[in-house]
Design a protein around this ligand. Structure first.
Ligand code: BGC
Length: 751
């Protein structure tokens, strides 16, 4: 009996062991440390399915998904848009619960802060919403350069300068990813216009690519380490970026060390196979035809096992980092109240004061005639996939009233009525709201005259909206409309006659013409599209609770055609005839201006502008000390002390430009190489700022040798309050030229 029992126990133990082995085989599931084992266990079909996004309903309003493989414990992951906040559907069937997200300031405004730490604070909060709403990757930041003022998506992007753009994007990525969710820096690369955005071929020199259009991505990859990169819709020098091996593999992974996944932008292109081979791991939003194509190519050997496994391995490495893989129990309850505060403060730290002739700050209790349809139809965010479903976007009427201003009630009511009755197209277009801004509502000269008599000051909010899928135009957009111009003239005349001031708030998504009308007004506040709380931030700047410290991340030219890229933007403008010029650059766009974009062009060629790059005023003044410089072969470290010499507390951005010896290359007279912002300095207080620039960062790209090169000679280091306002200088000598060779893989394809 005893023996029998023992035998029985033995059988039980063995049986269990057998069962465990069997179930272990059956239950092989993905872990962080068994990716190779999973790769070996996957069928070809499973591998291919992981490379193509798929449908899903995990998250209403999300832009896309990666496919689940249940058998191997590979979860579906969720991708949703940004960059001004998370974009998901706020209401769902069968529940009263809402899923609103915070509308943070748009990227152009964040860049105007020149404060990467601030950006990281903003995106730490934003990333918490991504996590708590159950999303794995935020499809942001957008970081194409502002090549031309009319690009419809410029508000989603940062700057005309690659250093500022790259630093902002890196900070953005760090903040989001701190939450254990991912980002997708986009659109890689040279996606600088919306017209024919799916097919346009951007033809760009290696030098302009290296120094400008890829430089910001390089900085973001190296300093932010994004989980994912989104290849753009367009072609670059003859090939779709998603199919350009040199771009996605040689440069992005080989030279910059990127080790995440590359996903396409949202559409199917011919030649999916070429995209796979180029190193584009994930096809979004993903269609069966792409699976079929990849499968056929794997079976025929056109895609090798190594190539397939390389991309699948990247996908698995991505998936094990995601909240869905970790079974994160998201709350659907991010702290929207706290995040609204973050959004407001960020706008306050970024708003730019463009003009101020003894006008601002106001006391905060004045009687204000608040003009402009945008005072009600306030532009918090742009349209398209960059739109965020916030619960509410504060407008200037409510914000100024809350601050304590006394609004002219008849005028306020007039605009509320216009807002309510004007016919605008506001439709749900897929998940994005295609929201057209209301045209300006006219106020007669007589009414303005009356309002001037009974109010202390006029504030005119000028608005512009734009977004994905269309570029802006010159008349009634880049330039003021006839109604806006007439009203500005009448307001200027009536108020100035009575010794009263006129303030303009520019609530715009991109650069507009200012040179012809700025003399009519006493102060101009540039808020860009400042997010859901932005109107409060503007009001706090107007009344002096906040001292503005933002600076321009791009140049405001006098005329549209002054921007060199305007000659090669689809929308050209015939200045002599005052109408639309030749429409070209639709099939392909010659980036004929090469590296001469923004201030690199204006400054070097001494072309007058309306407001220069890096410009912005304060309610206080700052003095710059004599700088110190320590240089060696590896680069230099500069310090400079900034003192608040005025009467109110404020922050100052110091911009460090370098004027390099030419060597064999033509170079801009100055280029931004570093920047730093002081803390809030009390009157009389000083702070010493330190800025470092490496030798590599001083180099220019030589196409003839395909290398980054520094020239020997004297380097001037300029410390500016803008690119034109240099407050201190220093110099150092580089005894020996240096070079960093790279592969020549970005040029025109033979196809
Ligand atoms: C846009 C991307 C966006 C994607 C998903 C595309 O049309 O270009 O920026 O992330 O849609 O919504």
């Amino acid at each position: 009996m005893k023996r029998k029992n023992n035998f029985f126990i033995l059988c039980l133990v063995c049986g269990m062991a057998v069962a465990t082995t069997v179930s272990a085989q059956v239950k092989l599931v993905l872990r962080e440390d068994n990716i190779e084992e999973i790769l070996n266990a996957m069928t070809i079909e499973e591998k291919v399915s992981l490379l193509v996004g798929g449908p899903g309903n995990l998250m209403p309003g999300a832009a896309g998904y990666t496919r689940e493989i249940e058998r191997l414990g590979i979860p579906m992951t969720v991708l949703a848009d940004g960059p001004a906040g998370l974009r998901i559907q706020p209401k769902r069937e069968g529940t009263e619960e809402t899923f609103y997200c915070t509308g943070f300031p748009t990227s152009t405004l964040l860049a105007s802060s020149w404060d990467p730490e601030l950006v990281e604070t903003v995106t730490t909060a934003m990333g918490n919403e991504v996590l708590e709403y159950g999303v794995d990757v935020l499809l942001a930041p957008g970081m194409n350069l502002h090549r031309n003022p009319l690009c419809g998506r410029n508000f989603e992007y940062y700057s005309e300068d690659p250093l500022l753009s790259g630093k902002m994007a890196a900070a953005y990525v760090r903040g989001i990813q701190k939450n254990g969710v991912g980002t997708s820096i986009k659109h890689f690369a040279a996606n600088n216009q919306e017209i024919n955005r799916l097919e346009n071929d951007a033809r760009v020199s290696n030098r302009a690519l290296s120094e400008l259009y890829l430089k910001n991505f390089e900085i973001a990859v190296k300093e932010g380490k994004p989980w994912t990169v989104m290849s753009s819709y367009n072609k670059l020098n003859g090939e779709y970026t998603q199919q350009k091996h040199g771009l996605l593999t040689t440069v992005l992974r080989g030279e910059w060390g990127f080790n995440g996944i590359v996903m396409t932008d949202w559409g199917v292109k011919d030649n999916t196979v070429k995209a796979v081979k180029a190193g584009n791991d994930l096809m979004e939003w993903g269609k069966q035809v792409e699976i079929d194509r990849i499968l056929a190519a794997v079976n025929s050997g056109e895609i090798s096992q190594e190539e397939l496994d390389r991309n699948v391995r990247n996908m698995l490495n991505y998936i094990v980092k995601t909240p869905h893989f970790r079974h994160y129990n998201y709350s659907n309850k991010p702290d929207l109240k706290a995040h609204a505060e973050v959004a407001r403060k960020a706008a306050e730290e970024s708003i730019i004061l463009l003009k101020n002739e003894g006008t601002l700050p106001l006391n905060g209790n004045e009687k204000v005639a608040l003009y402009g349809i945008s005072s009600v139809d306030f532009v918090g965010i742009g349209t398209g996939s960059g739109w965020v479903n916030t619960e509410h976007i504060a407008n200037m009427q409510e914000a100024m009233t809350e601050v304590g201003f006394i609004l002219d009630e008849n005028l306020a009511e007039y605009y509320r009525l216009c807002y309510a009755t004007q016919n605008t197209t506001e439709k749900m277009n897929g998940n994005s709201i295609d929201k057209r801004h209301r045209p300006e509502s006219s106020v007669t000269a007589q009414a303005i005259e009356r309002q001037a008599a009974t109010n202390d000051v006029a504030v005119f909010v000028l608005g512009r909206v734009a977004g994905e899928g269309a570029d802006r135009v010159v008349p009634d957009d880049f330039e003021l409309s006839a109604i806006e111009r007439e009203m500005l003239q009448n307001i200027s005349m009536s108020y100035h006659k009575l010794g009263k001031k006129v303030v303009v708030v520019l609530n715009i998504v991109g650069v507009i013409e200012t040179a012809s009308w700025k003399h009519l007004v006493d102060a101009i506040v540039l808020s860009w599209a400042p997010g859901q709380e932005g109107a409060y931030a503007v009001s706090n700047v107007l009344c002096g609770k906040v001292n503005p410290s933002g600076k321009l991340p791009m140049t405001f030219p006098i005329n549209y055609m002054d921007s060199p890229s305007s000659k090669n933007f689809p929308y050209t403008w015939d200045m002599t005839k005052g109408r639309r010029g030749e429409r070209k650059n639709v099939d392909f766009t010659d980036y004929a201006e090469d590296i001469w974009v923004g201030y690199r062009y204006f400054q070097t060629n001494d072309v007058e502008v309306s407001y220069p790059f890096g410009y912005g005023l304060s309610y206080t003044t700052f003095a710059y000390s004599k700088p110190t410089l320590k240089a060696n072969v590896d680069g230099f470290t500069a310090t400079i002390t900034v003192k608040n010499t005025g009467k109110v507390a404020g922050r100052e951005v110091v911009e460090l430009y370098v004027s390099a010896p030419s060597g064999n290359l033509e170079k801009p007279t100055r280029e931004l190489k570093a920047f730093a912002k002081t803390k809030l300095l009390a009157p009389g207080e000083s702070e010493t700022l330190t800025m470092k620039v490496s030798a590599y960062e001083l180099a220019s790209f030589n196409e003839a040798t395909s290398s980054w090169e520094t020239a020997a000679g004297t380097y001037q280091v300029l410390f500016g309050a803008s690119v034109e306002d240099i407050r201190a200088t220093a110099s150092f000598r580089l005894g020996k030229a240096q070079a960093w060779k790279v592969q020549d893989v970005l040029g025109m394809s033979e196809e």
